[in-house]
Write a protein that binds this ligand. Sequence first.
Ligand SMILES: Cc1ncc(COP(=O)(O)O)c(C=O)c1O
Length: 358
Amino acid sequence: MINVTKTYLPNIEKYKEYVDKIYDSSWITNNGPLVQLLEKRLATYLGVKNILLVSNGTVALEIAYRTLDIKGYAITTPFSFVATTSSLITNGIKPIFVDIDPQTLNINVNKIEESITLNTNAIVPVHVFGNPCDVEQISRIADKYKLKVIYDAAHAFNIKYKDESILNYGDISTLSFHATKLFHTIEGGALIINDDNLFQKAKFLINFGIETPESIPHLGTNAKMNEFEAAMGLCILDDMEEINLARKAMVTLYKNELQGLLEFQKQNKYSTQNYSYFPIKFKNEEELKNVQKALNKNNIFPRRYFYPSLDTLNYIEPKQYMKVSRDISTQILCLPLYPGLEIEVQKRIINIIKETIQ
Ligand SMILES: Cc1ncc(COP(=O)(O)O)c(C=O)c1O
């Protein structure tokens, strides 16, 4: 069975060496040495000042809102994974959707200002499939209306925008290191926070709000990453170059073969790509379903990602209707893409698509 992705597992001997160290020290969680080492190595690798590892990408978003004390309404995109929106709601923040650009698939920055009210406190954009938003325009709007910006950068691992990490934009950027992601720690995530005081506050928040053994001044939670997860990250970080090369070759093949037949996401011209997803856009849902059915028959399972559009969630209040996002969510399919996917399988996928839509 070929799925949209397959979890990358590093060399087991290397992982075992880290596990031996964990057993020797018996230090398995609570800001252990491997978590500290991974934070240090990731800060250098990604080109960021302050990075805080946490237990997953959803909790990273929640800690970001609490660190910045976000209340009221937050402007966000309806075309994302459900956690972008659900994390707002579970923290008492109302999501106000702004529709997306049908080509970049990111929030349409030209529509943000008209949705801002006195209740708006934040903007939560997503770099969809690792494609950077219009970060400069978003910064201008945020400055003008004094709004906080939290980028859900779950897909934007190691993306550079104008030669600098995209993660340095906004007040906070969050990452997901879930097993299905380009870089993973089994479960995990991170916050990138430029401001040192806010960074310190977030550190307290992920550890129950405890500042000292006798002082608990913050309403915190438990969002810590453990040592076994950090060990996985340390192993995979060594393999990133190889992983990137493999993914780039696969994306190039898909693009060369499917060019002209289907539409691709329009890439930000000032940024690098990390090849974490390969979304294709069909003319309509019928064409998508035909291709999906044909691939499924061959035991190949691409994913409708993101579907459904988040403005259709039954728990959204007030009700909203995002036309572009609803349409696009019925047209996008992410094709299988992971190191180890054989070229013959990729060619079979390409042929099935060609045969079905021609
Ligand atoms: C855009 C986006 N935001 C947030 C998340 C949540 O991350 P996690 O699964 O690590 O909680 C994901 C994960 O799949 C995601 O794709």
